[in-house]
Design a protein around this ligand. Structure first.
Ligand SMILES: Nc1nc2c(ncn2[C@@H]2O[C@H](COP(=O)(O)OP(=O)(O)OP(=O)(O)O)[C@@H](O)[C@H]2O)c(=O)[nH]1
Ligand SMILES: [Mg+2]
Length: 504
């Protein structure tokens, strides 16, 4: 059983709003940890009603035993405030000796910077071309705020025609656990779904339509334990590799919530994916892929719930639609719709083979990107720093963990009463009503048992021939990168222990 288990939050009848479905072991795992570790400072507010925010249901409690072996419950031992390895080099001390010439240069630079700040132009524009300055002035019109270079780039993002715009797809990088992908300065779309569901094939189909002859997305290197970020680059009609500007980003989160991996690797996968999903300002849409021919699994539901938890807009697509015949289509879609509590119109049927649904998916992607950019714009104009998203931040590091824990303790009422009341309503049944999925215990048990019986489902096409085609080199590369990661993680642990003992 995977650690991505779910929990239904109970409706608050008195205020007539309903709580969101929530992933345990996800970002909100911290809340669960707090509750379990008794960190909630009940003594602070003994009169606070206790029944109101009860977070368990009968069904959940029956599953707790199953979950406990895999959920990420951290100990409450004090954590070091700084991490020793992997930090960027500290800048030089402010009293560093400086020559007179450099000093004058700095004073002049500072004078210009302040002038620009007063004019509402970001200080980073110093030294850039007049053209850039013009653009930057335009960007901040109506707002006298400083905006970061990546936000500025995002605000300049333009919708493009994916069917005609020349483009090419490149793997920008694979990012493990604490590495956060660098910004491409364009909106991004995340692909999620169990292995073999057809993520790479759909991505291929999307970009091949977009750019004609593009590099094919192979099996991703280091796939299981990383966020693989692809950049769709604009290309001249002649082609040319890697020279275009990014026009869209695609993130493949292959192991998130699904991979059958060692506990430690799985935790790191979840950490990386959660951090990406919870913090990425560029993220415009999460695409959850489920196989047309099977009922969604508990993992699918948990991933969907996690996306909601993190405020990521979602579309669910049913892959390999070409494998269904005409009279199988409706019942198959109905079972997915009901299994995941989706609104009418979802899942969207897609096929990497026939290209069914590709146009429609592009429209959804581009609409989501536009929405994301305008969210960011209004956030900047209103002086908010959340990028306009209702994103809930994942922990940056141990120090941040402590900070948020303390913050939550201090602001307990605000945290539980305001933070969770946000319903990311895209019409999903389980947002509207807790009975939609598993609200009824008997029904929930039935689905769980049914879904968990994955072994009953064998797909000859996908698991037989194709699986054997995976190259040894690829597997070796995957194992190597996982090993490297574990080595680094162990080193960090040793360093932290040494630091605690005051040895470094
Ligand atoms: N018939 C059919 N087969 C498909 C389709 N999409 C994917 N497949 C097949 O399903 C298998 C898995 O596809 P991938 O695209 O590699 O799946 P994935 O989700 O990227 O898998 P991982 O990278 O392991 O997570 C391959 O054999 C594909 O040829 C589709 O739309 N129709
Ligand atoms: Mg893939």
């Amino acid at each position: 059983m995977l650690s991505f288990s779910t929990k239904i939050l109970q409706a608050d009848q008195s205020k007539n709003y309903l709580r969101t479905y929530m992933a345990v072991g996800g970002v909100h795992g911290k809340k669960k940890r707090m509750l379990e570790a008794g960190k909630k400072k009940k003594t602070k507010n003994p009169n606070r009603p206790t029944g109101k925010h009860k977070k368990t249901s009968k069904r959940d409690s029956t599953q707790e035993g199953k979950k406990s072996s895999t959920s990420k419950i951290k100990t409450s031992s004090p954590k070091p405030k700084v991490s020793v390895l992997g930090d960027a080099k500290a800048p030089g001390p402010p009293w560093q000796v400086m020559g007179e010439k450099d000093m004058k240069k700095n004073v002049e630079a500072e004078r210009i910077r302040r002038e620009r700040i007063n004019l509402g132009i970001d200080s980073t524009s110093i030294g850039k071309s007049g053209m850039d300055e013009q653009r930057m002035k335009a960007d901040v019109s109506g707002s006298n705020r400083l905006i970061s270079a990546k936000d500025r780039a995002m605000l300049n993002w333009k919708r493009f025609n994916p069917l005609t715009a020349p483009s090419e797809l490149v793997l920008f990088g694979s990012y493990l656990s604490k590495q956060f992908p660098p910004s491409l300065g364009v909106p991004e779309v995340a692909f999620l779904g169990r292995s073999n569901v057809g993520k790479s094939s759909l991505l291929n189909r999307l970009v091949n339509k977009a750019g004609g002859e593009t590099a094919r997305v192979g099996k991703t290197p280091g796939a299981t334990a990383s966020v693989n970020l692809y950049a769709l680059l604009s290309a001249s009609s002649k082609g040319g590799s890697g020279e275009g500007k990014p026009i869209l980003g695609f993130a493949d989160l292959p192991g998130f919530g699904y991979a059958k991996l060692s506990k430690e690797i799985k935790e790191s996968v979840e950490e990386a994916a959660e951090r990406y999903l919870g913090r990425r300002r560029e993220l415009a849409l999460g695409i959850l892929l489920v196989d047309s021919r099977r009922v969604p699994s508990a993992d699918d539901r948990a991933v969907l719930a996690a996306l909601f938890d993190m405020g990521v807009p979602i579309v669910v697509v049913a892959t390999k639609s070409d494998k269904l015949n005409a009279n199988e289509i409706e019942p198959a879609m109905k079972s997915i719709r009901e299994g995941l509590g989706l609104p009418d119109g979802q899942p969207l049927r897609v096929s990497g083979v026939t290209g069914e649904g590709v146009r429609e998916l592009w429209r959804i992607i581009l609409d989501a990107c536009e929405t994301r950019v305008s969210e960011l714009k209004s956030a900047i104009e209103e002086g908010r720093d959340d990028g306009g998203a209702l994103r809930i931040l994942a922990d940056e590091d141990d120090a941040a963990d402590d900070f948020y824990d303390d913050y939550e303790d201090e602001n307990e009422d605000e945290y539980f009463e305001d933070g969770e009341d946000i319903a990311y309503d895209q019409g999903y049944d389980w947002i509207q009503s807790e009975g939609a999925i598993g609200g009824d215990d008997a029904e929930g048990e039935f689905y769980d048992n049914f879904y968990d019986n994955d072994e009953a489902y064998i797909d000859d096409d996908d698991f037989g021939v194709d699986a054997n085609r995976r190259s040894n080199a690829e597997n070796e590369e995957r194992q190597r990168s996982e090993k490297e990661y574990m080595k680094l993680k162990n080193l960090k642990k040793v360093a932290r222990e040494m630091e605690k003992r005051g040895e470094i």
